[in-house]
Design a protein around this ligand. Structure first.
Ligand code: FAD
Ligand code: NAG
Ligand code: NAG
Ligand code: NAG
Ligand code: NAG
Ligand code: NAG
Ligand code: NAG
Ligand code: NAG
Ligand code: NAG
Ligand code: NAG
Length: 534
């Protein structure tokens, strides 16, 4: 990495400046920012080609390309003053230094899947540091490792691994367009979780640009910061440039299945049994249960169907033996089972038709289809059949298009201690719930109505889920569980609320790391880690 003379000079001048320089007004801050970036231009890696302001005709399309939630595509959504779509690591360094110098805030975006749009919206004047151009994936097949840049998607990662080996995979999320930048930093879970844990449990090194514009790796950042970015979220600590991951063995063929049970078909009994067994089954099997509201047999009648989707690291006959012995209630039949390669299973889980060519994994996101709101919970004791029936009734009464994902824990997840990485939700959980409601462009009143309905439903779940704290999953970002006002000083009291829900006992150590690496809280958003106890 070449660091230009002007970069070094401006680092020096920033260090010499007093900490609390006054915040200039917007156009002035933008001018200073822009000018500073120009000063960092190098003929070999010109930064000007990475800078988009509203004057550039493609500004709007670049902004929208990585907006996953239409809720944040409205005219009222605050827009960035500029987008820096870094094409070189030096552009990331310059953006951090110049934003700090000009008093402009930044939002860092990799795949843009943040549920609350925190990677591309803000209530304070801001620029987006966009990582989608930095997406190389270098696989070292001998050592079974890979360096993956932040802007790569999970689909690209899965595809590239499969081109190198039929016997290797990586534990990460199910949606192929997710960016590894945000996803790994928040934990990253998928259907290999019971076997291999989370993405962060398989990250062995990382490169990050810190608040001083320096590029650090595991060795130079130290174990505390390396610990923090594995589950504590990237956006509080610096800009993740790339991750080094350890690939994991997968069999040449895995087995997948889908089974759909309505209430009439005994879904309640099956789900009740699922709660007891899904977390205790051998770790080669992962069965997700998805209770969803569906049309009933009569017109305008709603009911609940529970959709089970399974992943087994082995062949059909072994899966059948296992399910017949331990989970007969599921009613799995040989005809439900499909054997395929691991990379094909990624496509199956992403809901593409069987037989879809694997290069669909290389597709970059299309324009967001719907507006949505999501929330999360952890369940530590089995919900009774009566409880399940109440839950179904509450769902039906909601008058909302919504579903839940119940993801089984156990296996490897129970073997890793809560403090091993910043991600704390480990042993003691039977499963994690995701709540998800979606709708179209029907205006703010419909949006508010639907969000409030999902909140009511979440409130109705209180007695079944974790408490003290009511835990939540950082990657399922939810501003309802507490946030700070990003336009003024963060309040430690507010941050403690979401901090304990997302990080439990790890919150304090995250605050300590933050105080060390970003004491003046440059890397800040509505739910970032505060830099001090004020
Ligand atoms: C359809 C869908 C399916 C999903 N499925 C799963 C799943 O199966 N498993 C799972 O664990 N999660 C899942 N998620 C959640 C997903 O993991 C998180 O939204 C994740 O944060 C997305 O990462 P991103 O880079 O795409 O998002 P972004 O919106 O770009 O970023 C998310 C957060 O990380 C920060 N950030 C992004 N890049 C960097 C960087 N390079 N350095 C520092 N900070 C950065 C952003 O500022 C923001 O705060 C899903 C989300 C969606 C929308
Ligand atoms: C945006 O416009 C400016 C000024 O016209 C130009 O210098 C810059 O290269 C443009 N950005 C891109 C990404 O084309
Ligand atoms: C955008 O264009 C207008 C006029 O066309 C100009 O005044 C302004 O300085 C430009 N802004 C940027 C950031 O280039
Ligand atoms: C594998 O790792 C070792 C030690 O980290 C390194 O010396 C070696 O070059 C790596 N192998 C390859 C093929 O890069
Ligand atoms: C499950 O079955 C219900 C009722 O037959 C149906 O409405 C729903 O679409 C099915 N869900 C899936 C994912 O197949
Ligand atoms: C469910 O019923 C509604 C009308 O009540 C209809 O508009 C909708 O298309 C139906 N959905 C499905 C998946 O059949
Ligand atoms: C049934 O589950 C138990 C507990 O996890 C496990 O030890 C056993 O191997 C399973 N049975 C089969 C046939 O896989
Ligand atoms: C939204 O609700 C407000 C207050 O109830 C009402 O005044 C407004 O007309 C509604 N807007 C739309 C688009 O329906
Ligand atoms: C955040 O704080 C600013 C300045 O103190 C204030 O103007 C704004 O209304 C606050 N926003 C919220 C959502 O509380
Ligand atoms: C900061 O924002 C919070 C809302 O989140 C508000 O209650 C508080 O008064 C604000 N403080 C200042 C100094 O503006």
């Amino acid at each position: 990495m070449k660091v230009s003379v002007s970069l070094i000079l401006s680092v020096a001048s920033i260090i010499l400046l007093p900490f609390a320089w006054p915040l200039p007004d917007q156009p002035q801050a933008l001018d200073i920012f822009h000018q500073c970036l120009q000063n960092h231009n190098s003929p070999s890696n010109p930064i000007s080609e990475s800078i988009y302001t509203p004057n550039n005709s493609s500004f709007q399309s670049v902004l929208m390309a990585y907006v996953k939630n239409r809720r944040f595509l409205t005219a009222e959504t605050p827009k960035p003053l500029a987008i820096i779509a870094a094409k070189d690591e030096s552009h990331v360094q310059a953006t951090v230094l110049c934003a700090k110098y000009s008093g402009l805030k930044i939002r860092i975006r990799s795949g843009g899947h943040d549920y609350e749009g925190l990677s591309y919206t803000s209530t304070v004047p801001f620029a987006i540091l966009d990582m989608f151009n930095l997406r190389s994936i270098d696989i070292d097949i001998t050592n079974q490792t890979a360096w993956v840049q932040a802007g790569a998607t999970l689909g690209e990662l899965y595809y590239k691994i499969s081109k190198k080996s039929k016997f290797l995979g990586f534990p990460a999320g199910v949606c192929p367009t997710i960016g590894v930048g945000g996803h790994f930093a928040g934990g990253g879970y998928g259907n290999l979780m019971r076997k291999y844990g989370l993405s962060v449990d398989n990250v062995v090194d990382a490169q990050i640009v810190d608040v001083g514009g320096r590029i650090l790796d595991r060795k130079s950042m130290g174990e505390d910061l390396f610990w923090a970015i594995r589950g504590g979220g990237g956006a509080s600590f610096g800009v993740i440039l790339s991750w080094k991951i350890k690939l994991v063995p997968v069999p040449k063929k895995v087995t997948v299945f889908k089974i759909n049970k309505t209430l009439e078909q005994g879904a309640t009994d099956v789900v009740h049994r699922w709660q007891n067994v899904a977390h205790t089954l051998p770790e080669d099997i992962f069965i997700r249960a998805m209770p969803m509201i569906v049309n009933g047999s009569r017109e305008n009648e709603k009911t609940v169907a529970v959709f089970f989707i399974g992943m087994f690291l082995g062949q059909t006959k072994n899966l059948m033996t296992l399910v017949e012995k331990n989970f007969t209630e599921l009613g799995l039949q040989i005809k439900d089972c499909i054997e395929m390669s691991w990379v094909e299973s990624a496509i199956f889980w992403a809901d593409f038709a069987v037989g879809t060519p694997v290069d669909v994994l290389l597709n970059r996101p299309k324009e967001a289809k719907s507006s949505f709101k999501s929330k999360s919970d952890y369940v530590k004791s089995v919900i009774s059949k009566e409880g399940l029936e109440k839950i179904w009734k509450n769902m039906i009464d909601l008058d909302l298009i919504m579903w839940m994902q119940w993801n089984p824990y156990g296996g490897r997840m129970s073997e890793i201690s809560e403090s091993e990485t910043a991600f704390p939700h480990r042993a003691g959980n039977l499963f994690k719930i995701q709540y998800f409601a979606s709708w179209g462009d029907q205006g703010i009143n419909v949006t508010n109505r639907n969000i409030n309905k999902l909140r009511d439903f979440y409130a109705s779940m209180t007695s079944y889920v974790s408490s003290g704290p009511r835990e939540a999953f950082l990657n399922y970002r939810d501003l309802d569980i507490g946030s700070i006002n990003s336009s003024n000083q963060s309040s430690f009291k507010d941050a403690q609320v979401y901090g304990f829900k997302y990080f439990k006992g790890n919150f304090q150590r995250l605050v300590d790391v933050k105080a060390k690496v970003d004491p003046h809280n440059f890397f800040k958003n509505e739910q970032s880690i505060p830099s001090a106890k004020y």
